[in-house]
Design a protein around this ligand. Structure first.
Ligand SMILES: Cc1cc2nc3c(=O)[nH]c(=O)nc-3n(C[C@H](O)[C@H](O)[C@H](O)COP(=O)(O)O)c2cc1C
Length: 182
């Protein structure tokens, strides 16, 4: 079971959580990591589309790992969708490359879990915030899995981050039939 972890963080020098999770993923067998900013900086037009599509085709499961910034995905991850999930490859005629593959979102967020609830400040759950990615995954025929979120990510102690990293690794290494039942 090969897993591709696509990582994006626009401010890598300021990252603690995503950086630790990327490092944990990179140590796993059968997991390949592609960090968009490490590969392409912040250039939304610099993608090696063939390489990115090849990496996705070679994977049985795809994971997006990114921080929530303004209740959204990062600019380079959005650009990745624009460029890599192309017509005739991900959708449209013969666009079946991602069909049936699971998509697992793993996000870090500064706010509390309560903030991401109907009773919280934003009145929306994390699942609702991530609806555009769910829609995109379903549009290209992927199997969308429940997202995994690390809340209050800033200033968490190392042990709490390590515990979440263990959950993350268990999640991305679990057999597919178990991946949705966390
Ligand atoms: C520009 C910016 C916008 C942010 N917007 C949000 C937000 O909308 N919701 C939230 O929960 N946290 C938000 N945060 C906090 C980040 O999600 C948090 O810093 C990040 O997930 C921690 O991971 P890191 O250590 O890898 O940066 C924001 C942070 C930045 C820098």
């Amino acid at each position: 079971m090969k897993t591709l972890v696509v990582v994006s963080h626009p401010y890598p020098d300021q990252s603690t959580a995503i950086k630790a999770l990327q490092t944990a993923a990179a140590q796993c067998e059968e997991v390949s990591v592609r960090n968009l900013e490490q590969l392409y900086g912040a250039d939304i037009n610099a993608f090696d589309v063939e390489a990115e599509q090849g990496a996705a085709e070679a994977a049985d499961r795809i994971v997006f790992l990114f921080p929530i910034h303004w209740f959204n995905l990062t600019p380079m991850l959005k650009a990745y969708l624009n460029q890599v999930w192309s017509y005739g490859w991900a959708f449209g005629p013969n666009g079946n490359a991602l069909r049936g593959k699971p998509l697992q979102l793993v996000v870090t967020a500064g706010a509390t879990a309560h903030t991401y609830s109907a009773a919280g400040l934003i009145g929306s759950s994390m699942e609702e915030v991530l609806t555009p990615l769910q829609a995109s995954a379903l549009y290209v025929g992927m199997h969308y899995l429940p997202p995994l979120a690390f809340y209050e990510a800033m200033g968490r102690d190392a042990t709490t981050l390590e515990q979440f990293a263990e959950r993350f690794i268990t999640c991305i290494r679990s057999p597919l039939e178990n991946s949705a039942s966390r």
